[in-house]
Ligand binder design. Structure first.
Ligand code: C6P
Length: 407
């Protein structure tokens, strides 16, 4: 049962006022989600009752911390149908992609090789590939998108060739909302001998994800977009690839033996986890995964589909408003839009006066906006606690924006 009233009670921040006397309507979950009590309490319990370093001390607190942290890893692995050793804690999706680029990329790329991305990627899935191509002499190419914000796969054969060594793409666009055909793209990469890197930052929080069903070689996501804390994210990688890769960073925890001359590496997943990790945050992400699993990811997805359909129709009643990207049925839980004659920053500021939090700007997808010929959009994004009443309030407020700006 998806009981929205109960769910809203599980997010303490939803009772906060955005301004004195103005309730908060949080429509910015794609940037960062709010946290349920279960996550806040799990982190609180760690600091209050068993705060200690992991993997090190032979004392009760350290063992409790290690147990909780490693149980969280197992829960997260189960959540995406990965194995424990393939589930690596990082700081966020961005760091996960950088890890692949620096570790796998430097070992495997050379002049003449190609990295394929898409024109709808977040900067986190563009810039690391550009940096690594500079270092290795590889070339970055991209798949364009069509007018409705879906990938233009008509020339895939000429873009994805035996020169392509790595194909990195987002499962869900953070601006268009487009849900990309992940398995089809992974299969296409494998058909030319390339590995597939899936950016799951906007997918894992919102629908069931099974890395084995996708057959992804790597998949990345961030905790803070799925009810978990900031400062922790995940890199999933197939064991054989991870085993063959050199460490990304050196230091404590990632070694088996160190001498002053040479060191050897710890087993997976620790080989890629140098230094004291974000312990409370890892435990918090475990709690977020438990919370979402109890709701049921199919239910989370269905709820967001309902809200997105509702928002797509309701927002279009505002004169001059254009939602970019595909139709409601083909998108995840967000709507980025323009309002003729209004700058997105002004829209966001005026909506904020009504307590409505949306994001405005390029959403770390400057190439996408440049291709559309616009510098920015405003974006409303939804999560498990979003209601149709909140969407109605957004639409009322957008009418007010038009009035104030005399559009
Ligand atoms: N997008 C948004 O408002 P980090 O910053 O590492 O947690 O996530 C990066 C990232 C990678 N891929 C996609 C598809 C994303 O949407 C994001 C984060 C946020 O759209 C913040 S810029």
């Amino acid at each position: 049962m998806f009981d929205i009233a109960t769910i809203r009670q599980q997010f303490p921040i939803l009772t906060v006022e955005a301004h004195p006397g103005v309730p908060l309507i949080y429509l910015d979950s794609a940037a960062s989600s709010q946290k349920p009590t279960a996550v806040i309490e799990a982190m609180n319990a760690y600091y209050r009752t068993y705060n200690s370093n992991v993997h090190r001390g032979i004392h009760a607190l350290s063992e409790a911390a290690t147990d909780a942290y490693e149980s969280a890893r197992q829960q997260i692995a189960d959540f995406i149908n990965a194995d424990y050793a393939e589930t690596i804690f990082t700081r966020n999706a961005t760091e996960s992609i950088n890890l692949i680029a620096y570790s796998w990329g430097r070992q495997n790329l050379q002049p003449g090789d190609e990295i394929l991305i898409t024109a709808m990627e977040h900067h986190a899935n563009i810039v690391p590939w550009q940096i690594i191509s500079e270092m290795t002499g590889a070339t970055v190419r991209h798949i364009p998108f069509t007018a409705d914000g879906t990938l233009d796969l008509s020339n895939l054969d000429t873009l994805l060739t035996e020169r392509t060594k790595l194909f990195a793409f987002t499962a869900v666009s953070n601006v268009f909302g487009t849900i990309n055909p992940v398995r089809q793209l992974v299969d296409a990469a494998h058909a030319v001998g390339a590995i597939a890197v899936v950016d799951g930052a906007q997918a894992v929080p919102h629908s069931p994800v099974d890395v084995k069903a996708w057959d992804a070689d790597f998949m990345v996501f961030s905790s803070h977009k799925m009810g978990g804390p900031t400062g922790v994210g995940i890199l999933y990688g197939k064991c054989a690839l991870l085993e063959a890769m050199p460490p990304y960073m050196g230091g404590g925890d990632m070694i088996r033996r160190v001498s002053l001359e040479k060191s050897t590496w710890n087993e997976l997943p620790y080989k890629f986890e140098a230094g004291t990790p974000a312990i409370a945050e890892g435990i918090g992400l475990g709690a977020a995964v438990t919370y979402l699993s109890a709701l049921g990811m199919e239910n989370v997805h269905a709820h967001e589909q309902t809200i997105t359909h509702y928002a797509y129709e309701a927002m279009h009643t505002v004169p001059g408003l254009t939602i970019i990207g595909p139709g409601a049925a083909e998108r995840g839980g967000l709507c980025a839009f323009t309002l003729a004659g209004a700058h997105p920053h002004d829209i966001a500021q005026l909506l904020d006066e009504d307590g409505i939090a949306v994001r405005a700007g390029h959403h770390c997808a400057m190439p996408l906006h440049k291709i559309l010929g616009i510098s920015a959009t405003a974006r409303a994004s939804f999560y498990v606690h979003t209601t149709t009443t909140e969407i109605d309030q957004l639409v009322t407020s957008l009418h007010r924006v038009r009035k104030i700006l005399r559009l």
